[in-house]
Design a protein. Structure first.
Length: 185
């Protein structure tokens, strides 16, 4: 069983904001809107290669994401190496991504909350670049909407991110990192 978590903030005012890239990626991967609600998260169950996949979008706001995640992990008894969290990353240019495991939160409050609740950082992360504009306050920047140009870049990136998620589900994080991190330019 795999748990795929897309990070973001609930409420319509946060739709299509940079900080909600995790929600956008997981919505694109899910390919439907049949979300159910449990443990303060939206979730879907899927099957891929005879394996159960649970997709979740915590509704707790970013800095409390771990509260929902721990409920799913405990109930379904999910191993840490079967978790993939999709998050935004200011240090990567828009259109770029990076897979990581066993790393710090890097100041990302959603990741910080998950690490705290799991009492571990031994889970995989798909960091999706949102660039950074040093001329804008960081909070305002991450909560800002994507421009049309940025959205066009993301639309071209979604198929690759879907490939990466599928690879994680089928092959695990080590092989996925080996295949996709080196190709990301």
């Amino acid at each position: 069983m795999k748990l795929i978590i897309g990070l973001g903030n609930p409420e319509k005012k946060y739709n299509n904001t940079r900080h909600n890239i995790g929600f956008l990626v997981i919505d694109n991967f899910a390919q439907n809107t049949n979300w159910k609600q449990k443990w303060n998260a939206l979730y879907q169950e899927k099957q891929l290669n005879n394996e159960k996949i649970i997709l979740i979008k915590p509704l707790t706001y970013m800095n409390l994401s771990g509260n929902s995640v721990i409920e799913f992990v405990n109930y379904y008894k999910i191993n840490l190496d079967d978790i993939l969290v999709i998050q935004d990353d200011l240090d990567l240019d828009i259109g770029n991504y990076r897979l990581k495991i066993n790393s710090s939160s890097g100041g990302h409050n959603g990741i910080k909350s998950i690490i705290e609740k799991l009492n571990s950082n031994a889970f995989a992360r798909l960091k999706v670049g949102i660039s950074n504009n040093k001329n804008i306050n960081t909070k305002d920047y991450v909560l800002g909407k994507f421009s049309k140009e940025e959205q066009a870049i993301l639309n071209k990136l979604y198929p690759k991110l879907n490939e990466i998620i599928n690879s994680f589900i089928i092959d695990g994080i080590a092989k996925t990192m080996n295949n996709y991190n080196r190709k990301n330019k």
